[in-house]
Design a protein around this ligand. Structure first.
Ligand code: PGA
Length: 220
């Protein structure tokens, strides 16, 4: 992984139409140009290709990530998006988000296959865990520590606890560790230091481009 740190992931979840996504990119583009870290923009899958075109045609300093990837490779899997189908346009993919573990009942074996497919397609997984006891598949390099109580609640973990969890995760492998859960412009600086090398920002503070811009500004 040779993208400049910190990594700041914008996970828009199932929000926005193409027009709104296009204007989100416009809003963030200028600031992204001068950001020394890496912004990873994760819109819904149907908008990845158009986002890619817009970003590459205009030389915008955003990387693209999918919010998920199929556990299957290309074939008779209606509705799925295989890693190799988006390998040309995505550099990252979120795998194991707690919303998918919970709502879609994704288990450890499913997530292991997703990581394997992503890696085979040269897409870097951003693997979400709740603590150091969550199994992390081999070859994962980026791990996002995301305690459930902090996701979408406005109630983030404490910086001390985040660092302690990052230390425990780093004892398990040579990971780049991100923190996710109610990250805002007001608290992002307290997380991104020492063992934490970026943040995963969910819908609360990424859907509104101004809130996301304020997070980037706080990191500068
Ligand atoms: P949040 O979500 O930033 O809205 O709390 C975080 C996440 O879903 O990863």
């Amino acid at each position: 992984m040779n993208n400049p740190l910190p990594l700041v992931v914008a996970n828009l979840k199932a929000n926005k139409t193409w027009d709104e996504i296009s204007s989100w990119i416009d809003d963030v583009a200028n600031l992204a140009q001068n950001f020394s870290g890496t912004i990873i923009f994760c819109p819904s899958s149907p908008f990845l290709a158009a986002s890619y075109q817009k970003i590459s045609q205009n030389g915008i300093n955003l990387k693209l990530g999918s919010q998920d990837i199929s556990r299957f490779e290309q074939g008779a899997y209606t509705g799925e998006v295989a890693a190799s189908q988006i390998a040309d346009i995505c550099q990252f993919t979120i795998i194991g988000h707690s919303e998918r573990r919970h709502n879609l009942k994704e288990d450890d074996e499913t997530l292991r296959k997703k990581v394997e497919n992503a890696k085979n397609a040269k897409i870097e997984p951003i693997f979400c865990v709740q603590n150091e006891n969550t199994p992390i598949p081999q070859k994962v390099e980026i791990v996002a520590y995301e305690p459930i109580f902090a996701i979408g609640t406005g109630n983030p973990d404490t910086p001390e606890n985040v660092q302690a969890n990052a230390q425990r995760l780093m004892a398990k492998g040579d990971y780049t560790i991100l923190y996710g859960g109610s990250v805002s412009a007001g608290n992002v600086k307290s997380f991104v230091k020492d063992s934490i090398q970026g943040v995963l920002v969910g819908a609360t503070n990424s859907v509104d481009p101004q809130k996301f811009i304020n997070i980037i500004l706080s990191l500068k």
